[in-house]
Design a protein around this ligand. Sequence first.
Ligand code: CO
Ligand code: ZN
Length: 330
Amino acid sequence: MIDLIERLTGTFGPAGSEGKIRALLCEEVGKLNHNYFVDTLGNLVVTVGGRSGKKILTAAHMDEIGLMVTFIDENGFLRFTNIGGVLKETLLGTRVVFENGIVGIIGREKIKEAKNFDLNKLYIDIGAKDRNEAQKMVRIGSPAVFYTPFNRLGDRIVAKTLDNRIGCAVLLEVLKRLPSSLPNEVYFVFTVQEEVGLRGARTVSYRLEPDYGLAVDVTRVGDTPEPDYKMEVSLGKGPAVKIKDSSVICHPQVIQLMIETAETNNIPYQLEVLEKGGTDAGAIHLSKEGIRSGALSIPCRYVHSPGEMVDLNDVENGVSLLLELLKKNW
Ligand code: CO
Ligand code: ZN
């Protein structure tokens, strides 16, 4: 599974430009002999199980945060805007890569007062000598993502975009391990444009009309020195059952089912209240007349930075929990 995670995190796919990551996911899904299709916005939908029973939509977003070129100056430096929740303090000195493989390094102008530090003080240097040369390499609107290595640190891994390629890896692994028959019809959906407002999840849940929704994504943790928010979730103590975040208050029936399933199968789990942040369940639960929804979260440090960290035990336990959940009657 670790090779798969490395390939997923190393593949380009900012919100709105998911072509490469979707191609990799289609290739992986194609090996498994399940039916799948790609919808209008680019969500990848894999359908499993019979036509009887409940319809369950489980969603992991395939997109990542990124940067987009807004202006190229006469000396060839690129100004940019954010795609999704980019943290400006993580950018200085970070390398980025464009879809065509062009690499850049982020520099900044002189700043007199720290409070004036903003994205508009930063630029991307792609080594171009002037505007003309830069325009041959990128254009206005070209998106870029972080260009940082994948490392294994014992039980933990650090890489870019574990948010949410780790969720994609969990869905793929569950697809591989599914028993031959399931009590429910399950849609495994790899969504687009989550990072800019849960957009792919919105249209796909409207189309599929599921009875239940379950997002698989990362959550923040409270186990690092002086975190921004006090929080119970730690790395390595199990996947988290989401109770609430900024986008959704999870349905009590789904929460209860997740907790019961974890306990009866001796899978460690944690309860998550995320004060700032959202996930696809936020869009799914508001679809049509409302859909009972919840979320399974993989604890992750340094979310939205160039180096995010998860614990492989949480990933493995997340796979077990989702697998056991899908075997149950909802
Ligand atoms: Co995110
Ligand atoms: Zn996410």
